[in-house]
Ligand binder design. Structure first.
Ligand SMILES: Nc1ncnc2c1ncn2[C@@H]1O[C@H](COP(=O)(O)OP(=O)(O)OP(=O)(O)O)[C@@H](O)[C@H]1O
Ligand SMILES: [Mg+2]
Length: 184
């Protein structure tokens, strides 16, 4: 694998936290290929997807960045992490600001801790104006000591239109900090 090539796994222990949304935006920003490992094949529901989508059996294209969309299961995350152990460079864990998501993120940090070369970052998603959202960044950085790589507000209209019409400037802006983290 080329030294500057990125291989990003987007992982979470539960559904509906923004894994596929994150995957399609990063693939767009990094001009990468998507590996869709979710049996639901949700990437196909995003309109005007410009990124190529491949599966587990396909050969990874030479020299391209790769972004992997995973199913919502810690067991399968573990299995695929082992499968791609040699290639993996980054893991992004989207979390909502809830105790359940922090517990799942701790579990995933444990799974990826056996791959010390791999950078693991938390992407806070669905942030609102409530107390849990406000304290979330400091909980992640100062209490849990995890790498916080981006913060995305609850923007139903923006992300509804992404699914219907394709990636927009507004939605890309949300993912720029995460892209910079992967590229740094
Ligand atoms: N910040 C956000 N604000 C509002 N809606 C969002 C946000 N992020 C994602 N969504 C919406 O939430 C839904 C779930 O997102 P997505 O499909 O990316 O999650 P997922 O983790 O891949 O789910 P699954 O585990 O079912 O594959 C989608 O309808 C998406 O458009
Ligand atoms: Mg998904």
């Amino acid at each position: 694998m080329a030294t500057n090539q990125k291989f990003v796994m987007v992982a979470s222990g539960k559904g509906g936290v923004g894994k596929t949304t994150t995957t399609v935006h990063l693939a767009y920003l990094l001009q990468g290929v998507i590996v869709d490992l979710d049996p639901k094949q949700s990437t196909q529901y995003f309109s005007n997807l410009k990124s190529p989508v491949i599966g587990l059996q396909d050969t990874l294209p030479e020299g391209m960045n790769v972004i992997v969309d995973l199913p919502p299961s810690a067991e399968l995350v573990q299995k695929y992490a082992q499968h791609y152990a040699a290639a993996m460079t980054h893991v992004i864990i989207p979390v909502q600001p809830t105790a359940e998501d922090y517990a799942l993120a701790r579990n995933l940090h444990g799974i990826f801790s056996v791959f010390p070369r791999v950078k693991v970052g938390i992407l806070l998603n669905f942030l609102g104006n409530d107390r849990d959202s406000k304290i979330a960044p400091s909980l992640i950085k100062d209490t849990f000591k995890w790498d916080l790589i981006g913060q995305i507000g609850y923007k139903p209209a923006v992300f509804r239109s992404v699914r219907a019409a394709g990636i927009s400037i507004d939605s890309v802006d949300c993912y720029m900090p995460t892209c910079l983290w992967v590229n740094s």
